[in-house]
Design a protein around this ligand. Structure first.
Ligand SMILES: [Zn+2]
Length: 270
């Protein structure tokens, strides 16, 4: 009897051991996929969890739409190993610092109005896309590739200009009516922003606006499927522009005018 019970006990012990081994193998593979998922999340940053549709959204004109229903992607120009323009008039920072400052502010302003805002990057990490060239610069094609994974109604990229002739200054708005866009209301939004900026800064006269030829257009506005604009806030090589771009009050007025312009367009769809 003793031998028989021992045999049974050994069999049970062996069974438990096998079950434990199976459980360990299963847990290990589960950890691996969780780890893998975590890495993808790190790589994609903000992109994870955002629905990917790959095309710009059609203009929505249903009667119940208000600003609250729209999603806007704001792109702070340059960043990371790409400092953008620099000038002796902005001694403490480069273009990339200024664009991030304005973009972050515009995000808050539009969020206050009820819009959903996605920044292409926050200065600490940028999403790796199918267009990723592996360096630490978030190049324009990568930005558009990222924007094209988002379900957005509008894309706006913020930059500061520079030019050898320091007398040249002022804000400029660019858009590109390119065939890639599903439903192109880029011109309408750009004009609405222009109107508000012209009202906010009458001393500037009429704000310059350009529909760029696709062959020469900035890639971010041409390659992005959603309606898009690129705003050059001003010239940091122009003393007057550089001073006001760095002025907190002017920044507030500028951001409020851009937000009001965007809202002027989308509110008409409400
Ligand atoms: Zn730039």
């Amino acid at each position: 009897m003793k031998n028989f019970s021992e045999k049974i006990f050994r069999k049970i012990a062996l069974g438990i051991e096998i079950l434990l081994m199976i459980a360990m193998v299963l847990t290990a593979s589960a950890c691996e996929s969780a780890e893998e998922e975590e890495t993808v999340k790190d790589r994609l940053g903000q992109a994870t969890g955002i629905p990917s549709i790959g095309v710009g959204r059609q203009r929505r004109e249903t009667a119940d739409q208000t600003g609250k229903g729209f999603t806007i992607c704001i792109d702070p120009g340059h960043g990371f190993d790409d400092a953008g323009a620099s000038s002796s008039y902005v001694a403490d920072c480069d273009e990339k610092d200024l664009t991030l400052r304005y973009a972050t502010d515009l995000k808050s302003e539009l969020e206050k109005m009820g819009y959903t805002i996605i920044l292409t990057h926050d200065g600490s990490v940028f999403p790796r896309t199918s267009a990723d060239d592996g360096n630490n610069k978030f190049n324009p094609n990568e930005r558009s590739a990222y924007a094209n994974t988002l379900d957005i109604d509008y894309y706006v990229s913020l930059h500061c200009d520079s030019f050898e002739d320091e007398s040249i200054g002022g804000t400029r708005i660019y858009y590109c009516e390119a065939a890639k866009k599903v439903d192109d209301y880029s011109a309408d939004v750009a004009n609405a922003i222009k109107m508000q900026l012209s009202k906010a800064f009458p001393e500037d006269g009429e704000i310059k606006i350009h529909n760029m030829d696709p062959a020469e257009a900035y890639a971010v506005i041409r390659e992005t499927y959603a309606a898009a604009s690129l705003i050059e806030i001003g010239f940091i090589t122009n003393a007057n522009d550089a001073a006001r771009i760095q002025d907190a009050e002017w920044q507030e007025d500028f951001v409020e005018a851009v937000a009001a312009g965007i809202n002027d367009y989308f509110a008409t769809l409400g």
